[in-house]
Design a protein around this ligand. Structure first.
Ligand code: HEC
Length: 133
């Protein structure tokens, strides 16, 4: 009698543990997606790329303070003031305007930047410029 009760309990617990949680559908209402403008999307993509291990821009560029490279805001400010073409710089088609004396340090990144699409470079630019808006 006792033994069969125990067995029943064990059986019940096994069955309930085996039940998998139902996966909920991801909720993403269309109106929310539409509210995110393409510019915001570009900035978000750029931020993600900037902070990714692939690009590793953040390891030398912090938001407000100079580490190895000038801060993101410093770069954005100078590009805005001088109406610089950041994508051209990242494509190695324009000269440095922020800190030319340290250009050789930045130069090490052109190998990875070369593998990125125009869209990706535009997103990096959009993100960096958005920090001083
Ligand atoms: C190894 C450190 C290092 C990494 C990693 C790095 N940078 Fe730089 N970056 C620098 C230094 C140092 C400068 C200052 C020299 C200069 O102005 O060219 C600079 C300058 C810049 C400038 C200003 C260029 C100008 O006109 O003078 C931009 C834009 C920039 N970096 C973007 C990026 C992006 C985007 C990434 C990621 C793909 C990146 N950097 C990764 C070190 C780095």
């Amino acid at each position: 009698m006792k033994k069969s009760m125990l067995l029943a309990l064990v059986a019940i617990s096994i069955i309930s543990c085996g039940k998998k949680e139902e996966k909920k559908d991801e909720l993403y209402p269309e109106n929310v997606a539409e509210a995110v403008s393409s510019e915001d999307q570009l900035i978000a993509d750029g931020k993600k790329l900037f902070e990714s291990n692939k690009a590793a821009c953040f390891s030398c560029h912090q938001m407000d303070k100079k580490v190895i490279g000038p801060s993101i805001k410093e770069i954005a400010k100078i590009y805005k003031e001088q109406n610089g073409d950041m994508v051209a710089f990242l494509r190695k088609k324009a000269d440095p305007i922020v800190d030319p004396s340290q250009y050789n340090v930045m130069e090490t990144n052109f190998a990875i930047l070369k593998t990125m699409s125009d869209e990706e470079l535009k997103s990096l630019e959009a993100y960096m410029m958005s920090t001083i808006k």
